[in-house]
Design a binder for this molecule. Structure first.
Ligand SMILES: Cc1cc2nc3c(=O)[nH]c(=O)nc-3n(C[C@H](O)[C@H](O)[C@H](O)COP(=O)(O)O)c2cc1C
Length: 196
């Protein structure tokens, strides 16, 4: 029965390239849970897709960076997104903003914004601070909404992230694990309902 249901493809990444990134850990956990809920997650590390800081002159001279083109193809191939958004000075990271900025640029007559339009996303965050990066989620939601993505209202902000994960990278707090489960399930089910 379950096999007859569509398996929505969801691109999962964090707005941090740090090796020990808490948000990458959270994104990896989310990818596992998306798979368990019947989705097809693709976890990517933005470390593997370096891009220069957006520069209109560079774009005019050389077009989009190769990695932006690769990510555009990846995005086109997915139904939804799950983003773990770290918080820098109460904001999203420059990495996340820069990545989205490049992806939204037009290329060979095709709008980058079209790639985002109609997609669904979930946003989560982790931070060593007491708010768990919640303020960055607000801004990530705003950014995604403005480029045509529908963001689920569910929130998970993992505070004091240094102590929040066990040796296996799992969330120690059962309630947080259940929250992450619920978010991933809802994203998969929302995308499924749109496909059927
Ligand atoms: C420039 C800078 C600003 C930061 N500002 C905040 C902040 O406003 N709120 C917060 O909770 N953490 C802040 N932090 C701490 C980050 O949450 C912390 O470095 C976190 O580990 C980054 O996410 P990551 O583990 O996924 O790399 C800041 C870190 C940096 C480098």
């Amino acid at each position: 029965m379950t096999d007859r249901l569509p398996h929505p493809r969801i691109l999962v990444f964090a707005g941090s390239i740090r090796a020990g990134s808490y948000n990458k850990r959270l994104a990896r956990l989310a990818a596992e849970r998306i798979a368990r809920s019947g989705g097809h997650p693709t976890f990517i590390d933005l470390r593997d897709y370096p891009m220069p800081l957006y520069d209109g002159d560079l774009e005019a001279d050389q077009g989009l960076p190769e990695n932006a083109l690769v990510l555009r193809c990846g995005l086109a191939d997915h139904d939804g997104l799950l983003i773990a958004s770290p918080e820098y000075n109460s904001f999203i990271t420059p990495l996340l903003k820069n990545t989205i900025d490049w992806l939204t640029r037009p290329h060979e007559g095709k709008s980058g914004l079209e790639l985002f339009k109609g997609k669904y996303a979930a946003v989560v965050s982790a931070s060593p601070g007491g708010l768990g990066g919640l303020r960055s989620q607000v801004l990530a939601r705003q950014l995604l909404t403005h480029i045509g993505v529908t963001v689920l209202p569910d929130q998970l902000a993992v505070a004091r992230a240094g102590e929040a994960f066990d040796d296996q990278g799992r969330l120690k707090d059962e309630a947080q694990g259940e929250q992450l489960d619920a978010i991933c399930r809802r994203l998969v089910e929302t995308l499924r309902s749109l496909k059927t």
